[in-house]
Ligand binder design. Structure first.
Ligand code: ADP
Length: 288
């Protein structure tokens, strides 16, 4: 074989520039502590692309049991994209491509053998706008247990529905009208119904994407109290555009900027003594 076939030819100048830019882009280091005390949902070197748009850049972060972790940062920095990686909701977006490792209890959630429906029961999701099914209150909550075969008979199903509504702080308000449509409830009640629906399939984690943004202050306070109670049994990852909300409900806070995880640490520390200039600029309102 000729020598010139063994030596790769030098890349053209624009390709070198592109390569350097990519290396620089990846060279950042998250400040703080991305490790959780009792980790079970772990992301390592995760990148997400929407076609050519590099929306999440080399993010490594652990989520631990019984903690609320808030994802904050300016609009478009990748908070929702990262959240959606955690239960493969990005699979539903054709242009989205996820690389890196994401594991739940040591199991690779992007493995081919992963049952995505079962995964989404273990890693449940509550959306910005409450989205109850056009069914009765009872059937909204019973839906998941029915499709996952979690109840052997009607009595067991009743118990799951009641317990879930109780844990979501809604039972007292709806127990006499379980047959009425879920869509007839107030916005705050609908959001708690969606939380009950998520809890009904015994998840380990609840992902919340700005769950209070469509609610009034009283309904918001009710959900925030609920988040604190739910922490006893679940881990919660919450995207919020409200720094006050992040400070009120979370134990850890992760600050994203242009697709990078800039800083993550105990919430008190991030808000009182941020280590990175970008975090400081954001929380002091200079940016975002
Ligand atoms: P945030 O939640 O912080 O506002 P997003 O995760 O929504 O940020 O967006 C991060 C980047 O990904 C943005 O550049 C946004 O335009 C892009 N993006 C988000 N969702 C989609 C999508 N469904 N298709 C294409 N690009 C998207």
């Amino acid at each position: 074989m000729a020598d010139d076939q063994l030596t790769p030819s030098a890349p053209a100048a624009p390709a070198v520039e592109e390569y350097r830019r990519e290396q620089d882009e990846r060279a950042y280091q998250t400040v703080g502590n991305p490790r959780a005390k009792r980790p079970f949902l772990c992301t390592e070197h995760v990148d997400v692309y929407y076609d050519d748009n590099h929306a999440i850049i080399d993010v490594s972060l652990e989520i631990g049991q019984n903690e609320v972790i808030a994802l904050i940062g300016p609009s478009g920095c990748g908070k929702s994209t990262y959240l959606r990686c955690l239960n493969r909701m990005n699979d539903t977006i054709e242009s989205a491509r996820v690389t890196g490792e994401i594991s739940l209890d040591g199991q690779d959630i992007y493995d081919r053998s992963m049952d995505v429906v079962a995964l989404r029961a273990r890693v449940g999701m509550v959306f910005q706008k409450p989205n109850p099914f056009p069914k009765s209150i009872y059937d909204n909550v019973a839906y998941g247990p029915r499709i996952h075969g979690l109840a052997a008979n009607r009595a067991e199903l009743d118990e799951i529905v009641h317990n879930s509504l109780e844990r979501a702080g809604l039972l007292a308000e709806v127990k006499d009208r379980l047959d009425e449509p879920g869509t007839g409830l107030s916005g705050g009640q609908q959001q708690r119904l969606c939380i009950a629906r998520t809890i009904a399939v015994s998840p380990k984690v609840i992902l919340m994407d700005e769950p209070c943004s469509a609610l009034d202050p009283i309904a918001t306070a009710r959900i925030e109290d609920l988040i604190d109670e739910l922490r006893e049994n679940y881990a919660i990852v919450i995207v919020t555009h409200s720094m006050q909300q992040a400070a009120r409900v979370s134990q850890r806070t992760a600050y994203f900027h242009l697709g990078k995880l800039i800083e993550v640490d105990d919430t008190d520390r991030v808000f009182t003594n941020p280590q990175h200039k970008l975090t400081e600029d954001y929380i002091t309102g200079r940016f975002g």
